[in-house]
Design a protein around this ligand. Structure first.
Ligand code: GLA
Length: 393
């Protein structure tokens, strides 16, 4: 998509959100905001170990048209939902009180109020083109769109990281998913044309220029359409394993073990925790390596870093699945410079770094491999590093 076409698509999507608002509630919204999904170049399962991540925002976003209400009530409507409106009073909110997709925005109202922000009622209508359950952070997009809309509607004076942390709190404490800060920080803080190098311990970050088309490269996303569910206990189990390992090693988080100390630290852990430590330590190093390569103007060299990250997620962290393994193998066999699964795992999407002139061939080969294996048809698209949460109109 050209920049103009992307701008047109975003304007259309914002108009859709406003139209949904008018049909659900009547009248016009006070404003329309957008928050994107994300890719992650490298740095998986490092965020809850206080390590490093390197995401970029997608053009795919959740748009929300919103209007203040004076009576402390909230109404939530989604153009992708079943046509119903979720409605509740702010004062009645308690973790888990609103079910389904509406739990994510409801959780943001709850987190804002719990943190003492003077948020009031509102009518919100959402429209999203972020693929769900694809490891592309559709939940964070929903939360961060809500957070920026409420921040501006009620003049709360939050900044992008502040909104992200409240969105993460909503997901952890209201929805009940023990995620780290990667997704919400990416959705809130990313800048178009850049990857966001974030230290999840200090929550300080740096925008790293990422103009791949200028050097003839593309980022291909392969959504395997295999749905993951972070709430199913596997993610929480991995996180608990990392925390147990950190406790046994006497460090605050696995981030505190570096590559030089890895072998000695492994010796001090029970056998089943060693691969978790190995993944986290080597993955943190891969993020630092990737940033150094981008800083040095050598993005082609990211390819092997991505593929090594996939091997680590597959063999040590064990969150891959046959579909993501096949997408990585087929992309690399077709000439991708490197590829890896993204997100929590057990399905979701694969990211491949590809020479722009080989893109069609890599896509074709991946599709062919899926068909030959009897897997469902994947969705593919190019990831263009886009803008984090912002006001649209
Ligand atoms: C999910 C979580 C993130 C992060 C990734 C794995 O996307 O929401 O916090 O842990 O998995 O890197």
């Amino acid at each position: 998509m050209t920049t103009d076409a992307a701008a047109d698509a975003a304007a259309d999507a914002a108009a859709d959100a406003a139209a949904s608002f008018a049909s659900a509630y009547g009248g016009s919204p006070d404003g329309v905001w957008a928050a994107p999904g994300r890719i992650n170049l490298i740095g998986e399962h490092t965020d809850y170990n206080e390590g490093y991540v390197l995401p970029a925002a997608l053009p795919h976003a959740t748009r929300v048209a919103a209007r203040r209400r004076a009576d402390g009530r909230v109404r939530l409507f989604s153009a992708q939902g079943d046509g119903s409106v979720a409605e509740f009073a702010l004062v009645d909110l308690a973790p888990g009180s609103v079910p389904g997709w509406a739990a994510y925005p409801a959780g943001v109202f709850w987190a804002l109020a719990e943190a003492g922000h003077p948020v009031g009622g509102a009518d919100l209508a959402f429209s999203s083109d972020v693929p769900t359950g694809a490891g592309l952070s559709s939940s964070a997009a929903l939360e961060c769109a809500t957070a920026i809309a409420l921040d501006e509607l009620y003049g709360l004076g939050l900044d992008a990281p502040g909104r992200a942390l409240l969105a993460q709190r909503a997901e952890n404490a209201y929805v009940g998913v023990p995620c780290g800060a990667l997704d919400q920080m990416a959705s809130s803080c990313c800048v178009a044309g850049h990857a966001y190098f974030l230290d999840t311990r200090t929550l300080t970050g740096r925008q790293v220029p990422l103009d791949l088309p200028a050097v003839g490269l593309s980022l291909l996303v392969v959504d395997t359409r295999v749905k993951h569910d972070l709430g199913d206990g596997a993610y929480a189990g991995l996180r608990a394993g990392c925390e147990r390992a950190a406790g046994l090693l006497g460090v605050r988080a696995l981030r505190d073990v570096d590559a030089a100390g890895l072998a000695a630290a492994e010796e001090r852990l029970p056998v089943e925790l060693r691969p978790l430590l190995r993944h986290v330590v080597t993955e943190d190093q891969r993020v630092l390596d990737a940033v150094a390569l981008l800083d040095a103007g050598d993005p082609r060299a990211l390819g092997p870093v991505l593929t090594a990250g996939h091997a680590s997620l597959r063999d040590d962290y064990r969150v891959s699945c046959p579909e993501t393994d096949l997408a990585v193998a087929a992309a690399n066999a077709a000439g991708a410079l490197g590829a890896r699964m993204m997100g929590g795992g057990f399905g979701g999407s694969v990211l491949a770094l590809v020479d722009a002139d080989r893109l069609a061939e890599v896509e074709r080969e991946v599709r062919g491999a899926f068909a030959a294996a009897g897997f469902g048809e994947p969705q593919t698209f190019q990831a263009v590093p886009s803008q984090g949460a912002h006001r649209v109109r």
